[in-house]
Design a protein around this ligand. Structure first.
Ligand code: PHE
Length: 451
C-alpha cells in the first residue's frame, strides 16, 4: 500500500527547518574562532563569497535532487544514475557517524545550560569543571541520553507536526536571542576593539600561503555549516512542496546560516577580547572556547549569569534543530529501506545513536585508551566524516551532475513552475569545474594536515 508521502506544509516551514539544520554548533563556536584566527574581515569576506558561489550551487543540487526524485538519499542517487548508486549509501553513512557524537556534544550543552540556569556560574569557571565533567562516566551519559531522546521526540512527531512546528518556533527565538545578546555585548566598555579585530581585515603577516589556508578553512566550515554532502538537504528537499522556489529558498537558508554565524562572532569575539584585556590568544582556544573560556567571560560580566543562561539556551536550540535534521535523515533511510513506520524506525535509529554515542561519551573516561590513528573516538568520527567522506560525496555529486546527467537534470527541477533560474551560468561553472577542483584540494589537505 502506498502511504502518503510526508512533507512540509509551507514554504517558510521548509526554509526554517533547513536553516535550523544549517545553524548549529558550527556557527556558534567554530565560525567565530576561525574568523579570529584567519585575519578577521579577510575570513569573513572569503566565507561570504564561498557561500554565494560554492555553497549555493551545492545546496541547489542537493535540494533539487531530493525534490525531483522524492526519495531519501539512497534512492535519490540511484534514480539519477544507476552507476552512482553507491554514492547514496556513502552519503547516508555520514549522518549515522555524525548524529551520535553530535548528541554527545548536545548533552554537554544541556549540562552548561542547567549549570547556568541553576545559578552555579562560579562552578563552571573552575578550570577543571569541563575536564571533570567529560571524564566522568555517568553524568555525560545521562545528559547525552536526555538530549538524544529530546531529538527523537521531535522526529517521532513527523515532518510537518514535529520538525516544521518546532523550527517555526525555535528559529525566530534563536535569531532574537542572538541579536539581543550581540547588542548587549556591544554595549560593554571596550567592545569596540574586539569588533574591529573581528570585522576589519588584518593583513599583518598575511602571506599567500596563509591566504590559501584561509580559503581551505573557510571551505571546510562552509560544508559543515550548511549541512552539505550528507544527504540532509536531499532528504529535506524530498519533503519540499513542488510550487516553492528552490533558488529563492536556498538564498534564504544561506542568509540565515551566515547571519547567525556573524552574530555569534559579534557575541564571542568582543566578549573574549574584553575579558582577556585585548589578548587575542584566548580566541585560539578552539573547541574549549565555548566550554571553558566563555563561562569565565560570562562570570566576569555584569548580569553574566543571565547572559550565560540565555547564551546556552541559544546554543541548545541551534544544536537541537541540527540533530533533528540528522536523525530525520537516518529515519528516512531506515523507513524507506526496511519499510518501517516512523515510530519504529526512529526507535531503531535512536538505538544506533545510543550505541555509537556511548563510544564517544566513554572515550573520555572508561574507554580513553581506545583510539584510532591516535584520535579519541569523538575526534575520529568527526575527522572521518568531515575530512574524508563529505568531500568525497561532494566531489562525486558534482561529477555526477556536471558530466553524467548534466546540469540540465537539476535545472529542470529549479524551473519547474516556469520560473527563471537566475544563477544558471554560475551554477554550471561551479558544479562542473570550480567545486570539483576545490573538493580535491580540501580532501588532500584535510587528510594530510590533520593526520
Ligand atoms: N550545520 C550544523 C552546524 O553548523 C552542523 C551539522 C552538521 C548539522 C551535520 C547537521 C549535520 O553546526
Amino acid at each position: 500500500m502506498e502511504t502518503q508521502k510526508e512533507g512540509f506544509g509551507s514554504k517558510i516551514g521548509f526554509i526554517l527547518a533547513a536553516a535550523g539544520s544549517a545553524v548549529g554548533l558550527g556557527n556558534i563556536w567554530r565560525f567565530p574562532y576561525l574568523a579570529a584566527k584567519y585575519g578577521g574581515g579577510i575570513f569573513l569576506l572569503t566565507y561570504i563569497i564561498l557561500v554565494v558561489t560554492f555553497g549555493f550551487s551545492l545546496m541547489v543540487t542537493e535540494i533539487s535532487l531530493g525534490r525531483k526524485t522524492g526519495k531519501s538519499v539512497i534512492g535519490a542517487y540511484k534514480h539519477a544514475d544507476k552507476r552512482f548508486s553507491f554514492l547514496g549509501p556513502v552519503a547516508a553513512l555520514v549522518p549515522f557517524i555524525i548524529t551520535p557524537y553530535y548528541c554527545v556534544i548536545g548533552g554537554w550543552v544541556l549540562k552548561y545550560l542547567v549549570t547556568f540556569v541553576s545559578k552555579d556560574v562560579v562552578a563552571s569557571t573552575n578550570d577543571d569543571f569541563f575536564g571533570n565533567f567529560i571524564t566522568h562516566a555517568t553524568q555525560p551519559t545521562v545528559f547525552f541520553i536526555i538530549y538524544a531522546l529530546l531529538t527523537g521526540l521531535i522526529v517521532i512527531f513527523g515532518v510537518e507536526k514535529g520538525i516544521e512546528k518546532v523550527s517555526k518556533i525555535l528559529m525566530p527565538v534563536l535569531v532574537a536571542l542572538s541579536v539581543g545578546i550581540a547588542v548587549y555585548t556591544l554595549t560593554l566598555p571596550g567592545a569596540g576593539e574586539g569588533v574591529k579585530y573581528y570585522l576589519l581585515p588584518n593583513f599583518e603577516g598575511f602571506t599567500v600561503a596563509k591566504f590559501l589556508k584561509t580559503i581551505v578553512a573557510a571551505m571546510g566550515q562552509l560544508f559543515y555549516s550548511m549541512s552539505l554532502a550528507m544527504g540532509i538537504m536531499v532528504t529535506y528537499g524530498s519533503y519540499m512542496r513542488k510550487q516553492d522556489s528552490i533558488e529563492g529558498s536556498t538564498r534564504q537558508i544561506s542568509f540565515f546560516d551566515t547571519l547567525i554565524a556573524i552574530l555569534a562572532g559579534l557575541i564571542i569575539v568582543p566578549s573574549v577580547f574584553i575579558f582577556s584585556g585585548g589578548n587575542a590568544d584566548q580566541l585560539n582556544a578552539g573547541p574549549s572556547l565555548m566550554f571553558i573560556t566563555l563561562p569565565k567571560v560570562f562570570d566576569s560580566m555584569k548580569g553574566g549569569q543571565i547572559v550565560g543562561a540565555t547564551f546556552f539556551i541559544l546554543v541548545a536550540f541551534a544544536a537541537l534543530t541540527s540533530s533533528v535534521s540528522l536523525l530525520e535523515t537516518m529515519v528516512s533511510i531506515v523507513s524507506e529501506k526496511f519499510g518501517l513506520k516512523r515510530v519504529a524506525s526512529t526507535a531503531v535509529c535512536l538505538l544506533v545513536v545510543f550505541v555509537f554515542g556511548m563510544l564517544s561519551v566513554l572515550g573520555y573516561s572508561v574507554l580513553d585508551t581506545l583510539t584510532i590513528f591516535g584520535m579519541q573516538m569523538l575526534d575520529f568520527f568527526d575527522f572521518i566524516s568531515n575530512n574524508v567522506m563529505m568531500p568525497i560525496v561532494a566531489l562525486l555529486t558534482c561529477i555526477l551532475i556536471g558530466f553524467i546527467v548534466k546540469p540540465k537534470y537539476i535545472e529542470e527541477e529549479t524551473t519547474l513552475n516556469g520560473e527563471k533560474f537566475k544563477s544558471k551560468g554560475l551554477y554550471e561553472v561551479m558544479t562542473k569545474f570550480v567545486c570539483p577542483v576545490f573538493m580535491i584540494i580540501i580532501l588532500l589537505s584535510g587528510i594530510f594536515v590533520d593526520l
